[in-house]
Design a protein around this ligand. Sequence first.
Ligand SMILES: Nc1ncnc2c1ncn2[C@@H]1O[C@H](COP(=O)(O)OP(=O)(O)O)[C@@H](O)[C@H]1O
Ligand SMILES: [Mg+2]
Length: 283
Amino acid sequence: MERLEAAMAKARAARKATKDGEAPDHRPRQAPQPDSGRPIKDVRPEALWTALHEIPIGNALARKMRLSALMGSEFAAPYDILRTRVLRQMRAEGWKRLAVTSPNKACGKTTVSLNLALAMARQADLRVMLLDFDLRRPSLARLLGQQAGSHDLAALLAGTRDFSEHAVRFGPNLAIGLNRRPVPHSAETLLGSSTASTLDDIESRFKPDVIIFDTAPMMGNDDNLAFLGQVDCALLVAAADSTSARQVDSSERDLSGLTNVLGTVMNKCRYLDEHDGYGGEYY
Ligand SMILES: Nc1ncnc2c1ncn2[C@@H]1O[C@H](COP(=O)(O)OP(=O)(O)O)[C@@H](O)[C@H]1O
Ligand SMILES: [Mg+2]
């Protein structure tokens, strides 16, 4: 545990040094090479985003997977409110990287992450990224009906596959990094310098305004202890029907020792007061 904490402090210090304008600790990566071996000429962020493989999200899938942010009007309202609050806070602090976590599994991290990303991407002047960083139980690909294709996060994080080939795009301004299979040794992978340099590289070339990481739960594993030094802030998602107040408290406490906590989203609320101001089911 001490080794893990020391490594995490080192990762955080390296990231801070980079943000403060010092040279990053990581080796620079090569520009992406097409199959022919010739360097890609146009590496402007606009061109990199346009070149990403575009995927559709149909209405039936949106309904089945609870993608309320795509369904418009009163269904989208809770996510619009959450989006605006989160963006205001992140902008005020100059933060770009947001982790979404929860005390335990199945609280709705992936559902909330994707809806939040969709709500943010409706803002046309924002470039939004969403990365499946729950290495033990990846599930964004399933939510998006994208089970075909390699979507190998381990290869991306090891630096053997470029984000240009790895990511998919929904609309003009939402890039999504999927993962089809669990990554072994997840905490070690998240803590590794290759993960840090991959993220720095994606950020410097694609210039996203916000990167949302759908991460592991706080309890029962050390993945967030290993990774959260790489983000600026986090949201905690609790499930009204299964997370106890004690679990929320202890996860909030642990989370605040690792990064800046923006707040807790109460998901799966069956009963909302009409004074909540909207008829949806989220927080
Ligand atoms: N607000 C909600 N109401 C009812 N079910 C939900 C809600 N949000 C998510 N779910 C369902 O709960 C399950 C777990 O959600 P998921 O987003 O995969 O959680 P996690 O990523 O935390 O494991 C999924 O079947 C999902 O459809
Ligand atoms: Mg999930």
